[in-house]
Ligand binder design. Structure first.
Ligand code: AMP
Length: 209
């Protein structure tokens, strides 16, 4: 099964992708995580991407599209994947359309006001990438990753001013893709304001249909 997760930054795509990965046993591919890993390892790609990420801007298509296409060619993607954070522009969606036929694009819908509140409580494990929220999905031990025991951090681009910029960019460049997948008959819309479990349940039920 080849899935895309659409939705604003902070809508819960990463959380849902982690769950869908376990349910369907297909890899979760997050372009944001790929860029952050490159940044952590100080690769040329990571250093180029950093300037855009820190400002809440999208990394240019010419750096992003080939990266994802190479990832999709890897062995573990044979039976499908969950794309989290890609495509984010019309050009990325067209590049993906040329290459594969996806099964569904899932739009996790959350109003901006709630997004801003959620982002303020977001934490992430710098080691394994597991996402948390101090109110909605806290780790068992405060400030520590359940999976690997590393101290959690606030992402640089989760700072309030960057969050607002990321939302602008989302509405301008990524939200139009909802129409793109609706026209293609691939769109599933779920109410992302519900509990994490209920959102997962709605997605799984919609996929069964
Ligand atoms: P995310 O973790 O998905 O919110 O991504 C964090 C940042 O990585 C974004 O704000 C962008 O700067 C960059 N990024 C992630 N995915 C893409 C993409 N598909 N196209 C361009 N930039 C991206």
């Amino acid at each position: 099964m080849k899935l895309i997760l659409l939705g604003a930054p902070g809508a819960g795509k990463g959380t849902q992708a982690t769950r869908l990965e376990e349910i369907f046993k297909i890899p979760h591919i997050s372009t944001g995580d790929i860029f952050r890993n490159n940044l952590k390892n100080k690769t040329p790609l990571g250093l180029k991407a950093k300037a855009y990420m820190d400002q809440g801007l999208l990394v240019p298509d010419e750096l992003t599209i080939d990266l994802v296409m190479d990832r999709l060619a890897e062995n573990d993607c044979r039976n499908g994947y969950i794309l989290d954070g890609f495509p984010r522009t019309q050009a990325q969606a067209e590049a993906l359309d040329e290459r594969v036929e996806i099964d569904a694009a899932i739009d996790v819908d959350v109003p901006d006001k709630l997004i801003v509140e959620r982002m303020a409580g977001r934490r992430v494990c710098p080691n394994c990438g597991e996402p948390y929220h101090i109110k909605y999905e806290p780790p068992k031990k405060e400030g520590i990753c359940d999976r690997c025991g590393t101290a959690l951090i606030i992402r640089e681009d989760d700072k309030p001013e960057t969050v607002l910029k990321r939302l602008d960019v989302y509405h301008e460049q990524t939200a139009p893709l909802i129409g793109h997948y609706k026209e293609a008959g691939k769109l599933i819309q779920v109410d992302g304001t519900q509990s994490v479990d209920k959102v997962t349940q709605d997605i799984v039920e919609a996929l069964k249909k």
